[in-house]
Design a protein around this ligand. Structure first.
Ligand SMILES: *Cc1c(COP(=O)(O)O)cnc(C)c1O
Length: 403
C-alpha cells in the first residue's frame, strides 16, 4: 500500500465535500477580549471573535492571570508526575474542594480535560458495574460516546430530550440490571436544554444512575454557576456531574463531582486518571480563581443571558434563520457545508468577524450552521457591526432567510 497516497486521498475527500478544516491562527489580547489578532500569512489584523467557548471572558480575568503567574513563579510549571507518583499538588486538592463546594457534592475529581473526564468516568463505571446498561441521549458529545463504547456495556440510544422514548427503553430493560442514563444539560450545537428533573424522576422510577455533562453550563447557570442542575434545584439527584474548566471557567481541565465513594472508585480504577500526569499547579490555581470569581458574580450570568437574548432578537428582526433555543448559544442555520464555510470566510475577510463554520460530523449533514456565542464583553457596538455584516453576507451569497 502507498501510505502517503492514502493519507492524501482522505484529505482530498474532505476538501471535495467542503468540510476540510482550516484553523484560524489567533493571538488573544488580555484586556481586549473578544478582540484578537488574526495571522493570515504575512497579514496580521485585529478581529472580533464571535465563536469562543470562553463564554464569560474569564481567560483574561486578572485574578486568574495573577494566580497562574504566582504559582508558576513559586512552584514551577509542571506537576512532575501522575497523581499517585509525586504529582498531587496542594493546588489540586484546593481545586477539588472548590468544585465539590460548587456542586454541593461530597467530592470532586480532576482530569486533564473534560473529554478525558467523560471517557474515563463512563468507561470505568460502564465496564465495572456488573451487567451495567447505559441509556444515552442521541445528541451526546463525542467524549461520552467514546466512553460508552470503551466500556463495552450494553447501550441504548434515546431520541434527543425525549422522555417518552427514554421511558419506553427503560421499560424494556430487566429491572434487576444496573442502569445509567447519560445526558447533557445544555447541548452546545443547538443550544437547547434538557429536562434534568424529569430525567431524574425516570431514573428514580427505574432505579438508574444519572450521568450529567454540564460542560456548557458550569459557570453560566445557577446562582453560583453550578450549572442547570443548580438552577433547577436538582444537583443532589445526579450520580455523576461532569464539567470542564476550559469553557466558562476560561482555563483547561475537566472534572467529575458526586459522592465520596463514586469519586474514590473512579480515582482508584480509571486508567485515564491513574496513568496520566496531573495538570500543572498554576493551571489549577487559575481555574480555581475563576470558579471562585464566577460563584460570587451572578451579575455576569445575568448580563450573559441578556446579551444572548438580544443577539437572538436582533437576528430575528433582520429576518435571519436563527434557531430557537433558550440558552446562551445563538446558531444561524445555513444547511450547506460549502456555503457555510464561504460565509465564515467572507465575514473574516471583509468584516473582521470570526465565526467558525460548524459542519459534519459536529452536526448532521444538511444542518451546517454558524454558531455565535455572545459573552458579557460583546457590547452593543460589536453587535451592530455583526448584524450588518451578517445581513450583507447573507444577501450576497443568497443564503436562506428565516422560514
Ligand atoms: C467541549 C466538550 C467536552 C470536552 O471538554 P474539554 O474540557 O474541552 O475536553 C465534553 N462535553 C461536551 C458537551 C463538550 O462540548
Amino acid at each position: 500500500m502507498n501510505y502517503e497516497q492514502f493519507f492524501a486521498d482522505k484529505i482530498a475527500d474532505l476538501k471535495a465535500e467542503g468540510r476540510y478544516r482550516v484553523f484560524a491562527d489567533l493571538q488573544r489580547q488580555a484586556g481586549k477580549f473578544p478582540r484578537a489578532m488574526f495571522h493570515n500569512g504575512e497579514e496580521i489584523k485585529e478581529i472580533t471573535v464571535w465563536c469562543s467557548n470562553d463564554y464569560m471572558g474569564m481567560g483574561q480575568n486578572p485574578n486568574a492571570i495573577k494566580a497562574m503567574q504566582d504559582i508558576a513563579g513559586g512552584y514551577g510549571v509542571g506537576a512532575g508526575g501522575t497523581r499517585n507518583i509525586s504529582g498531587t499538588m496542594h493546588e489540586h486538592i484546593l481545586l477539588e474542594d472548590e468544585l465539590a463546594d460548587l456542586h454541593g457534592t461530597e467530592a470532586a475529581l480532576l482530569f486533564q480535560s473534560g473529554w478525558i473526564a467523560n471517557l474515563t468516568a463512563l468507561s470505568t463505571i460502564g465496564s465495572m458495574v456488573p451487567g451495567c446498561v447505559i441509556i444515552s441521549d442521541s445528541k451526546n458529545h463525542n467524549s461520552m460516546i467514546e466512553g460508552i463504547r470503551h466500556s463495552r456495556a450494553e447501550k441504548h440510544i434515546f431520541r434527543h430530550n425525549d422522555l417518552a422514548d427514554l421511558e419506553a427503553i427503560l421499560k424494556t430493560i430487566d429491572p434487576a440490571k444496573p442502569k445509567l442514563i447519560a445526558f447533557e444539560s445544555v447541548y452546545s450545537m443547538d443550544g437547547d436544554i434538557s429536562p434534568i428533573g424529569k430525567i431524574c424522576d425516570l431514573a428514580d422510577t427505574y432505579n438508574a444512575m444519572t450521568f450529567l455533562d454540564e460542560v456548557h453550563a458550569v459557570g453560566m447557570y445557577g446562582q453560583r454557576g453550578g450549572g442547570v442542575a443548580e438552577r433547577d434545584g436538582v444537583m443532589d439527584r445526579i450520580t455523576v456531574i461532569q464539567g470542564t474548566l476550559a469553557k466558562a471557567f476560561g482555563v483547561v481541565g475537566g472534572y467529575i463531582a458526586g459522592s465520596a465513594a463514586m469519586c474514590d472508585f473512579v480515582r482508584s480504577y480509571g486508567s485515564g486518571f491513574i496513568f496520566s500526569t496531573s495538570m500543572p499547579p498554576a493551571v489549577a490555581a487559575a481555574a480555581r480563581a475563576n470558579v471562585r470569581h464566577l460563584k460570587d458574580h451572578n451579575e455576569l450570568r445575568v448580563r450573559h443571558q441578556e446579551r444572548a437574548a438580544t443577539l437572538r432578537q436582533r437576528f430575528r428582526e433582520a429576518g435571519l434563520p436563527v434557531m430557537d433555543a433558550d440558552s446562551h448559544i445563538v446558531p444561524l442555520m445555513v444547511g450547506d457545508p460549502v456555503l457555510c464555510k464561504q460565509a465564515s470566510d467572507e465575514l473574516m475577510a471583509k468584516h473582521d468577524i470570526y465565526v467558525q463554520p460548524i459542519n459534519y460530523p459536529t452536526v448532521e449533514r444538511g444542518k451546517e450552521r454558524l454558531r455565535f456565542t455572545p459573552t458579557p464583553f460583546h457590547d452593543d457596538a460589536l453587535m451592530d457591526a455583526l448584524v450588518d455584516a451578517v445581513k450583507e453576507v447573507w444577501t450576497r451569497l443568497g443564503l436562506k432567510a428565516a422560514a
